[in-house]
Design a protein around this ligand. Structure first.
Ligand code: HEM
Length: 521
């Protein structure tokens, strides 16, 4: 009883006298971003302009630089006012660590993110908190143990389909190709096989149409095309809703509703298939393919709504992220020929040639240091999830960023949104050195990054698919670099600044146009 009374009294004191509590804790508020204009409309315009120019990640850096100029120090945590809502921005590793790990219990994804995203994603892991999230995490975890995620035979089939499209001409070079488009097809093909037990085989549509047959892949591929288009569009709308903070609901166009309807139909089809399948059918099919995520999930829950939501959440995580990482890597290799040459030499030395490959396994891919440095450096400079947020679920603190020197803790009441940017943090010169903006894979040699490097998030909600993604990306790079020994940018690839196609995840703004030269056998 004593404990209960003291908790209640403390809670009341806390909410009734935030300034008293803040003083007790030695808190001071963070610097205020002054360019928001009336009710923050100018901020919204700034963000929309940055989105339109495909330079949103750059905009976040410029805004922080502006605050640093204003305060005369690295100002990595500040306050913003948006449509009457006060929110915070941070790129301080200590604050991010607090939200994701040391003060995890005080921060949620929150009701606004949930309401915003669940229209598309249903009640899946990317919108859940508390007990619901614990349930989902436990449900999904068995699918990501090492045996499940290192099915390289599955990956090889889809890489073969990719390489079939990359036909060299007489001079040994492929035609100019948008490799990003191909990477997105590759990852949806492998993800759907892993998830549904049946690939949508989007890479085979061209083969079908070349044969002028009513291709057996045509129906599935048309469905996939519609799904992909609508899924991309829905993510763009969700990102636009995020920019409006708590007023996200103002943006709800017809197109977004239609996107959600089509996505829903696509996923429902696979859920119904999995639910219909009897155990005996599944047994008979064993051997046709290996582990199937959806079937394993259907053993645990028969609720079609839950299955659809979990599936869609994993599809979002599995398709766009790995394809974006591969696209950014090739975007950088085109701009750094010396890195390409070292990476190719390393690949051939470690794993042999394309026709005579040796010992490509989960462990050897992970142990290939230069390859891992290249992926790590890509995820540092062009991280796939550049911006994210958390929301306080009770009065709490951020450990740093308050007061004139930015060294005091900041007091936050319940239901305050804190945006954080890994993109900004991973390019900070005070954390990464003066060459922070340069692509230098060797910087990871002997470096054990801490909270200043967080492409996969940290703490209890660390990315569940990290090893899956890195294995898949590593395998694709190895096979491609065994096959091709030179790389050349497309005619307009290097023009202008590098832009970002940022929705929930971030891929290059231009589709990475290149030509590849086939290695002699
Ligand atoms: C380069 C590839 C990837 C990157 C950079 C990445 C990054 C991230 C990040 C930053 C989060 C935290 C999101 C948040 O808390 O708001 C996350 C969560 C998650 N990721 Fe990944 N991811 C990648 C690939 C994958 C793949 C391939 C899968 C599964 C097939 C996956 C499954 C998940 C899941 C289920 C969560 C939610 C974890 C939770 O909330 O407990 N990810 N990922």
């Amino acid at each position: 009883i004593y404990k209960l009374v003291s908790v209640v009294t403390e809670k009341r004191r806390h909410s009734a006298h935030p300034t008293v509590k803040a003083k007790e804790l030695g808190c001071q508020d963070a610097a205020f971003y002054p360019n928001g204009g009336f009710l923050g409309f100018k901020s919204i315009k700034e963000m929309q302009a940055a989105d339109k120019a495909k330079l949103f990640p750059d905009f976040m850096i410029k805004r922080q630089d502006f605050m640093s100029g204003l305060t005369g120090r690295v100002c990595s945590t500040f306050r913003i006012s948006l449509l009457g809502q006060t929110m915070y921005f941070t790129s301080d590793p200590k604050n991010i660590q607090a939200m994701l790990a040391t003060q995890f219990a005080d921060y949620d994804l929150g009701p606004v993110r949930r309401a915003n995203m669940s229209q598309t994603l249903g009640n899946g892991i990317f919108v859940q908190d508390g007990k619901q999230w614990e349930h989902s995490r436990a449900l999904l975890r068995p699918s990501f143990v090492r045996e499940q995620i290192s099915d390289l035979e599955l990956e090889e089939r889809h890489v073969q389909n990719l390489i079939d499209v990359l036909k060299p001409q007489q001079d040994g070079w492929t035609a100019e190709t948008e490799i990003q488009t191909l990477f997105f097809r590759l990852t949806i093909d492998s993800a759907t096989e892993f998830l549904f037990g049946e690939s949508v085989d989007s890479q085979l549509v061209e083969a079908d149409s070349a044969l002028r047959t009513p291709g057996k892949h045509a129906k599935r591929a048309t469905d996939e095309l519609a799904f992909s288009k609508n899924f991309d569009s829905a993510q763009r709308h969700m990102a636009q809703r995020f920019r409006l903070g708590d007023m996200y609901w103002v943006h709800n166009p017809k197109e977004y509703k239609e996107n959600n309807r089509i996505i829903d139909e696509f996923v429902k089809h696979y859920v119904n298939l999995a639910l219909k399948k009897s155990t005996s059918e599944k047994k008979a099919e064993e051997g046709r393919h290996g582990y199937v995520f959806l079937e394993a999930l259907a053993e645990q829950t028969r609720d079609p709504k839950e299955l659809a939501a979990q599936l869609l959440n994993i599809l979002l995580a599995g398709r766009d992220t790995t394809a974006s990482l591969l696209s950014w890597l090739f975007n950088q290799l085109l701009r750094h020929p010396a890195v390409f040459a070292t990476l190719r030499a390393t690949v051939v030395e470690t794993f042999g040639t394309y026709d005579d490959p040796r010992d490509i396994t989960f462990a050897t891919l992970k142990g290939c240091q230069y390859l891992q440095y290249c992926l790590s450096e890509t995820l540092r400079l062009w991280t796939v999830v550049p911006g994210n947020s958390r929301r306080t679920n009770k009065p709490t603190t951020l450990p740093r960023g308050g007061g004139p020197k930015g060294e005091d803790p900041i007091y936050l009441p319940a239901q305050v949104e804190v945006n954080y940017s890994i993109h900004v943090m991973q390019r900070r010169k005070d954390l990464w050195g003066e060459d922070a903006d340069e692509f230098k894979p060797e910087r990871f040699q002997g470096r054990r990054p801490g909270w200043e490097y967080l492409p996969f998030n940290g703490g209890p909600r660390i990315c569940i698919g990290q090893q899956f993604a890195l294995t898949e990306a590593s395998y694709v790079v190895v096979r491609l670099l065994q096959k091709f020994d030179r790389i050349m940018p497309g005619a307009h690839e290097l023009e202008g600044p590098i832009t970002s196609n940022l929705t929930l995840t971030n891929s290059p703004g231009k589709p990475v146009t290149l030509r590849l030269h086939e290695a002699k056998a």
